[in-house]
Design a binder for this molecule. Structure first.
Ligand SMILES: CC1=C(/C=C/C(C)=C/C=C/C(C)=C/C=O)C(C)(C)CCC1
Ligand SMILES: [Fe+2]
Length: 514
């Protein structure tokens, strides 16, 4: 298990050509660019959590049926400071570092308290974001790091706060058909108000003396006031349909007071997150055209969602699918100490994900009877029960549950191989695709079997049959997220980074990735 999670990975600076078996479709030309933790110890010091690891970028360039692999550590300020000190000096999600133990602890305490929210890490290890022509490595703090998608070199450090008042931002932006970025972030106590901010970074912008910078044109088009000033919800993603944003204000919350004193108490950021099982999950729907939230107060039972899967509009309803957990223990599982032989057993016991479909009516009939179901869709059994005072209680349809626990009633395609650890699968539509699943799925796979090289798997998206695999004779790390950059001569539809099409109903469901 240490091979997969705990061990530091070597960079592969020179592109290495993979051994391809099978046939990669000739239309698939471009680069799969991905991000994830690669270094877990610095000198004698160790990170505690898998999400703390220093960002290692890697890419699989697919050209004329061949695949070339390379990787490079993100030279973040965090990476440079750690390397210089030969120990961990910057705090991450699960590790609180003390930069200089010799310094007067009281002066440090004062400086941190006076800022409420300390300066966060720029170890952008979670995803890659495309802004206009630029690519950024991202995490969930206010920092993103510009990178060169070809050479994987690290460029400018960018502070979101220069463009939009957010202290945290998701690493799961959406892209509209024009390639504009839609993202959400949390603004902590700006003008005494903690809020969730929805912003757009345009894909095309005019050039000024310093060139083109889409971030300078960031536009806030909506915000939701947090139910609580000092404990905003934590969220890792959100949903988007053609006209709406879906935001879950879930009872998995950050405690701002705890965060402001974490450093002096010597505890990590993760300890400032807590699940409040007595609370509800509030469902906010914001109209992208007006920036206004739908006034009905939709809520659901307490749950913890990291990944939204799909969202679409159907017959006056907004339907969205999420992978939900019963509590916040998933992040607990990723402490390196828990990523041992018992990992599979631990994950079975603590965190059982289910794929849930919710449906909310966009316009609730004021005269509907209290207790009646206001969702009238034939396509789902999800319900929304009208209550008093504009409140609507939403009950999901269970789309998928671990088959070892209960048999699912949907069509499920699975593909697997022993000892193999797949990274998040990424769908690339084929040019001129007619059906939503006309295309291929890419996944980088690492193995715990020392005899087996890591490989890039190419699956037909419709049938899940293997088209090709490209074995790489270099170290490949298990990563988190990324995107596919089609070669410049691809058609216009392919220019936006590949991701799930948000506005269509999926007709098959695969086991979720967390
Ligand atoms: C550093 C830092 C954070 C980092 C969170 C991270 C790094 C989360 C990673 C989540 C992943 C990878 C989820 C996968 O499903 C917080 C808590 C936002 C706020 C405090 C500072
Ligand atoms: Fe994610």
């Amino acid at each position: 298990m240490d091979v997969i999670f705990g061990r530091n990975k070597k960079e592969q600076l020179e592109p290495v050509r993979a051994q391809v078996t099978g046939r990669i479709p000739s239309w698939l030309q471009g680069t799969l660019l991905r991000n994830g933790p690669g270094m877990h110890t610095v000198g004698e010091t160790k990170y505690n959590h898998w999400f703390d690891g220093l960002a290692l970028l890697h890419s699989f360039t697919i050209r004329d049926g061949e695949v070339y692999y390379r990787s490079k550590y993100l030279r973040s300020d965090t990476y440079n400071a750690n390397t210089k000190a030969n120990r961990i000096v910057v705090s991450e999600f699960g590790t609180m570092a003390h930069p200089d133990p010799c310094k007067n602890i009281f002066s440090k305490a004062f400086s941190y308290l006076s800022h409420t929210i300390p300066d966060f890490t720029d170890n952008c290890l979670i995803n890659i974001m495309k802004c206009g022509e630029d690519f950024y490595a991202t995490t969930e703090t206010n920092y993103i790091r510009k990178i060169n998608p070809q050479t994987l070199e690290t460029l400018e450090k960018v502070d979101y706060r220069n463009y939009v008042t957010v202290n945290l931002a998701t690493s799961h932006p959406h892209y509209d058909a024009a390639g504009n970025v839609l993202n959400m972030g949390t603004s902590i106590m700006d003008k005494g108000k903690t809020k969730y901010v929805i912003f757009k970074i345009p894909a095309t912008v005019p050039e000024d003396a310093k060139g083109k910078n889409p971030l300078k044109h960031t536009e806030v088009f909506g915000s939701i006031t947090s139910r609580s000033l000092l404990s905003p919800s934590y969220y890792h993603s959100f949903g988007v349909t053609e006209n709406y944003i879906v935001f879950l204000e879930q009872p998995f919350k950050l405690d701002i007071l705890k965060m402001s004193t974490a450093y002096i108490r010597g505890v990590n950021w993760a300890s400032c997150l807590a699940f409040h099982r007595e609370d509800k999950t509030y469902i906010h729907i914001v109209d992208q055209r007006t920036g206004k939230p739908v006034p009905t107060k939709f809520y659901a039972d307490p749950m913890v969602v990291f990944h939204h899967v799909n969202a679409y509009e159907e017959d006056g309803c907004l339907v969205f699918d999420v992978i939900a957990y019963e509590d916040g223990s998933l992040y607990q599982l990723f402490y390196l100490a828990n990523l041992n032989q018992d990992f599979e057993e631990n994950s079975r016991l603590t965190s059982i994900p289910t794929l849930r479909r919710f449906a909310v009516p966009l316009d609730v009939d004021k005269n509907a009877e209290v207790g009646s179901n206001v969702v009238k869709l034939a396509s789902t059994t999800a319900r929304a029960l009208k209550e008093k005072d504009d409140r609507v209680y939403c009950q999901p349809e269970l789309l998928y549950e671990d088959p070892e626990i209960r048999h699912s009633h949907k069509v499920i395609l699975k593909m697997g191989q022993e000892h193999c650890w797949p990274a998040e699968p990424l769908f690339v539509p084929m040019p001129g695709a007619k059906d939503e699943d006309d295309g291929i799925i890419l996944s980088a796979i690492v193995s715990t079997d020392p005899q087996k090289l890591p490989f890039l798997l190419v699956l037909d998206a419709k049938s899940f049959t293997e088209l090709a695999r490209a074995s790489i004779d270099a170290e490949v790390h298990l990563d988190l997220h990324g995107l596919f950059i089609p070669d410049a001569d691809g058609d216009a539809r392919e220019q936006a980074p590949s991701q799930e099409q948000p506005d269509r109903v999926p007709d098959c469901h695969v086991a979720p990735w967390t």
